[in-house]
Design a binder for this molecule. Structure first.
Ligand SMILES: *Cc1c(COP(=O)(O)O)cnc(C)c1O
Length: 384
């Protein structure tokens, strides 16, 4: 089955471009909001997955907050109308200007990853006569069993504070007057399709809470990060991720302390399925033992296959002829510029429209101008 695409309209648009299914994004947002509400959970959309202004405004209208990892993202969500009290700021390398931007706008929380960062935030906040709300990002040492480039919660990763340093960090906090500890933050990785690692995380978070209680520290917020995966292989069978299962996992395995608020930061699961990269076949090239479809889109438009060996479903929207097997590649002068090897596509000819599915997250936003290529434009199902 091929995704529902207005192929006739696509023919009039210069390829490659991103196409967003607005109805699907709306449905996905509604599902996430409804399932989180059952448990009083709060959602901050992980902005780095997609900052397209239209996408941001839909996310904002659905009531979600924003999880930012740079000053640029903070600016982007402020421009999109997100209230500052719904903005969290994470990231292992926050520059002074980025911290100041957060302080000047009184964002909800800084997710802090090290003692030196805590000291810098304390100093910058002190200079402004402010007290910065902070959450400690703890590396819980839970293996997310996902691709090693998107695993973030194990010992060797650069992210977070290691558990054995937690006491030292709490000692440091006691002598810093311009930061206030309001929460604990975790994020173990991305594209998790198994809830097992989240169950393990729940147990670990409880132990960290106990460690805080032993020192008479109470935090108001627990943030479990993002990471819920999407079905890259069957986007039409699973267009909306199972948010019920996701949030229930935490409900069943984590007991919040009285009055505590629980937060999540999904990125991919919100925007992944609503976007596709639409391109054209430029050439069908017969190699000595295989055939190549050369597209007018490359890793400059969608880098995930080259960067993480990521799988994206590829469909020929122009052909119903019997399938043949191709390597689907881009025009960029790098061997890694390949969207899929030995893929079955309906027999493909020059000029056919090719859709690369599930490209709404970490797609458009990661586009580059390498080879002096132009950044791709985006189109929406309701305004085509
Ligand atoms: C990337 C990231 C997320 C979002 O991850 P997804 O897998 O897209 O849900 C959430 N929180 C933090 C801190 C991140 O770095």
């Amino acid at each position: 089955m091929k995704g529902p695409f207005p192929t006739d309209k696509f023919r009039k648009i210069q390829t490659p471009f991103y196409f967003y299914n607005v109805e699907l994004l709306e449905k996905t947002l509604q599902s996430a909001v409804a399932e989180a509400a059952k448990h009083n959970y709060l959602i901050h959309y992980a902005v780095k997955a997609n900052v397209n202004p239209r996408v941001l405004s839909m996310v904002r209208e659905s009531g979600l907050g924003a999880d930012c990892v740079s000053g640029g993202e903070i600016q982007a969500v402020l421009n999109a109308g997100f209230p500052a009290e719904k903005i969290v700021f994470a990231g292992v390398g926050k520059a002074d200007w980025e911290i100041n931007l957060g302080l000047d706008n009184d964002i909800f929380c800084f997710n802090v990853e090290s003692i030196p960062e805590l000291e810098v935030i304390n100093e910058l906040a002190g200079r402004k006569g402010k007290v910065a709300p902070v959450a400690l990002r703890i590396n819980p040492e839970v293996d997310a069993h996902t691709h090693h480039h998107i695993t973030t919660g194990i010992k060797e990763n650069k992210f977070g504070i290691n558990p054995e340093q937690l006491d030292k960090v709490l000692d440091t906090l006691e002598r810093l007057a311009s930061v206030k500890l309001i929460g604990l933050h975790f994020h173990i990785g991305s594209q998790l399709t198994d809830k097992g690692p989240f169950q393990t995380l729940c147990g670990k978070v409880d132990a960290f809470q106990q460690q805080l209680s032993d020192r008479n520290i109470r935090v108001e917020h627990i943030n479990f990060g993002g990471g819920w995966g999407i079905d890259y292989h069957r986007p039409d069978e699973h267009p909306v991720p199972d948010f019920k299962e996701y949030f229930e996992t935490f409900h069943l395995h984590f007991r919040a302390r009285p009055g505590q608020k629980v937060h999540f930061e999904p990125g991919r699961s919100i925007v992944g399925q609503c976007g596709s990269l639409i391109s054209k076949a430029l050439y069908v090239k017969e190699g000595s033992y295989k055939k190549f479809v050369v597209l007018d889109a490359g890793f400059t438009e969608l880098i995930r296959p080259a960067l993480y060996d990521a799988y994206h479903k590829i469909e020929n929207l122009s052909s119903d002829e019997p399938e043949e097997t191709y390597d689907v590649v881009g025009p960029v002068c790098e061997s890694s510029d390949c969207f899929g090897k030995q893929r079955n596509l309906n027999k493909t000819r020059r000029g056919d429209l090719i859709a690369i599915r599930s490209a709404g997250a970490y797609g458009e936003i990661m586009a580059s101008q390498y080879n002096c290529r132009q950044l791709p434009k985006a189109y929406f199902s309701d305004t085509l």
